[in-house]
Design a protein around this ligand. Structure first.
Ligand code: IMP
Length: 442
């Protein structure tokens, strides 16, 4: 039985929510390992459309254990609102939902600091989601963060809060000319959250490892994507967490020897929300068409997503840094009706050809994509459930993606519903420990 990490291979929004929802059926535990309520994982099923920001989407199955790992930053207000929303839609959230006592909290001052920092950057702003993610991780690394476990110890919580507010209020008042925060008010607000969340906060690393020892299957649900990773992404235009597969270990307290496979999720084209380089971006009608047909608007902020052609360099990089064993290609149906498709095979800059991502962000911002054109297909792939039934040109397009990404495709998504999926091989099938990166099969 396999323990599997699901990771985005582009800049997030690859459709991980649907894939986790499908695979969660065959898993026992679903664990989020990084990020926070900046994520927006959408699942469409017979009961409606669910958008998850913090709670693992496995919660839709009653029998699954759902875990928020220590690597996640938790905004208790956003979490409680999400719990209420889900419960109103008939989803049961009881002892099957657990939060690591080591997960750091997002405090109201984190959002205020982020707002001020983004404003001061002007045209060089990151374009964050405004959820306080970066400043919360800053406090974690500065060793002044407040953790979920502190909600269970009011005197410690109060001391940490008061200490943090001395410096934070000075910063906010003097440099940003904004109001500071009153410790007592924030304390009371968070003690209210503690009442609601205390039954869910525990040492989740112990439980996850026990589950694995007992032969249970764990699905690690990555948020954002490889190119938003704080180390491997297009720094500084990234999020502040380790969204690559390695984050699954540091973000849950499960060792790397317990992970059998890593599945990368790649959209059949590319999107990005927020600022930063995007070599294959299309600012013309073709990009507008992808945005419209793909409903490319952020599920957290509603911002329009920038759209462009599939970038093989980007996804091959993701194969390498995540050690991908296979890929799932999503939103193939959005390309239905395109007369011609382009795939990026390299970049050109200053007369030099790059086959790998340039390390220099300025080079990446200025480079020209090198394209290979392929004919599109007539007929629809929407809702197709077998590989055989795909148009020949769609099969060729997928084969080329496998070659460029240097990774085998195990699943293809052809629509928003669970059923609109082609399963070539279940990645949660019998484990092959220490498997090499998947090689193209066809
Ligand atoms: P932050 O995570 O809010 O700090 O935002 C940093 C960058 O990551 C911005 O460009 C965001 O638009 C982007 N980002 C954060 N979360 C997501 C996500 O779930 N999908 C896509 N982009 C995201």
């Amino acid at each position: 039985m396999a323990n599997l990490v699901i990771v985005g291979t582009q800049w997030g929004d690859e459709g991980k929510g649907k894939i986790v929802d499908i695979l969660a059926r065959d898993a026992d535990v679903v664990a989020r390992y990084q990020g926070g309520s900046n994520a927006g994982h959408t699942v469409v099923n017979d009961r409606g459309t669910f958008v998850f920001h913090l709670i693992p989407s496995g919660i839709l199955y009653r029998s699954k254990l759902c875990v928020i790992g220590n690597g996640v930053v938790v905004d208790p207000e956003a979490l409680i609102a999400e719990m209420d929303r889900l419960q109103a839609m008939g989803v049961k959230i009881g002892r099957n939902f657990l939060i690591s006592h080591c997960a750091h909290l997002i405090m109201p001052y984190h959002k205020a600091i982020e707002k001020a920092a983004e404003q001061s950057k002007g045209s060089r702003r990151i374009g964050t989601t405004g959820r306080g993610i970066g400043p919360s991780y800053v406090d974690k690394m500065a060793r002044i963060g407040i953790r979920a476990g502190d909600l269970l110890n009011p005197p410690v919580f109060r001391r940490k809060l008061e200490e943090n507010l001395v410096e934070t209020n000075n910063f906010l008042k003097q440099l940003c000319r904004t109001q500071g925060f009153q410790a007592e008010k924030v304390f009371q607000q968070y003690m209210g959250y503690a009442d609601r969340l205390k039954g869910h906060i525990t040492d989740t690393s112990v439980l996850l490892n026990k589950a694995i020892d007992n032969g249970k299957r764990v699905l690690f649900e990555g948020a954002q994507g490889t190119h938003l990773d704080v180390d491997f992404g297009t720094y500084p235009y990234v999020t502040s967490s380790s969204s690559c597969a390695g984050g699954a270990c540091t973000g849950t307290g499960v060792g790397p020897t317990q992970i059998d496979r890593v599945m990368g999720v790649a959209k059949a084209y590319t999107t990005r929300v927020g600022s930063g380089p995007f070599p294959t971006e299309l600012t013309d009608l073709v990009g507008g068409g992808l945005q419209e047909r793909g409903k490319e608007f952020g599920s957290t902020t509603g911002r329009p997503r920038r759209c462009g052609w599939f970038d093989g360099v980007l996804v091959r990089y993701a194969t390498r840094v995540n050690g991908l064993s296979s890929l799932v290609v999503t939103k193939l149906d959005v390309l239905d009706g395109c007369k011609e498709l382009k795939l990026c095979t390299g970049y050109r800059h200053g007369g030099k050809l790059y086959k790998e991502m340039p390390a220099d962000i300025q080079v990446l911002s200025e480079c020209e994509p090198v394209y290979e054109a392929m004919p599109g297909w007539t007929g629809a792939t929407t809702g197709v459930t077998s590989y055989k039934a795909l148009p020949l040109q769609a099969k060729r397009y997928l084969s080329r993606i496998e070659e460029l990404a240097a990774c085998r495709i195990d699943m293809i998504s052809t629509g928003t519903k669970r059923s609109e999926t082609i399963m070539l091989r279940n990645p949660l099938g019998p484990a092959r420990r220490a498997s090499a990166a998947g090689r193209p099969r066809r």
